[in-house]
Design a protein around this ligand. Structure first.
Ligand SMILES: [Zn+2]
Length: 166
């Protein structure tokens, strides 16, 4: 029963549970949302600010609420076609000049990288190659080398003389 509860709560910690005028320890935050302390530590690693560097670590309620709100905002405001999520603006933005680079992580997935047209921060959007036509919008996407592979090497010309490659 307890495990179930943890899963449900861990998905969407409600920022409204946070009292903004008090400080929280990692343990208290974990208890508040019924999540593991490591989840809270992961939040700290991904940008949840600490009060100071004293022990035990304290987090301002105000900062915690803002952090969770941003996290929610992130999932509530999905990017439209042609947009990427800007962490600094905390909202989807168009890339400057609609120019983005595609950086493949493997055959199927990669990152779109562009500069925010609003604040010029670097924005990333993780995409699967197959979905690019759907999210492309007005973006001009530059593919490094990838086009060559798709065009040329799919059908290696076995007929040609192998030594002729040089
Ligand atoms: Zn921005």
């Amino acid at each position: 029963m307890r495990t179930q509860e943890i899963i449900v709560k861990a998905r969407r910690p409600n920022p409204r549970l946070v009292k903004i005028h008090r400080n929280y320890t990692v343990e208290e935050i974990a208890k508040l949302f019924g999540i593991h302390k490591n989840t809270v530590r992961a939040w700290i690693k991904t940008g949840l600010p600490l009060c100071d560097d004293k022990r035990p670590v304290l987090i301002l309620g105000r900062e915690l609420a803002a952090f969770l709100q941003a996290k929610r905002g992130n999932s509530k405001q999905p990017c439209q076609a042609g947009e990427m999520y800007c962490l600094r603006c905390r909202s989807p933005q168009k890339p400057a000049a609609n120019m983005v680079d595609y950086q493949p992580s493997n055959d199927k997935m990669g990152n779109l990288i562009g500069l925010c047209s609003c604040c010029e921060a670097v924005m990333n959007r993780r995409v699967s190659l197959a979905k690019i036509p759907l999210i492309k919008g007005e973006m001009e996407i530059t593919f490094p080398q990838a086009e060559k592979h798709i065009g040329d090497s799919n059908q290696p010309s076995l007929n040609s003389d192998l030594r002729g490659v040089s």
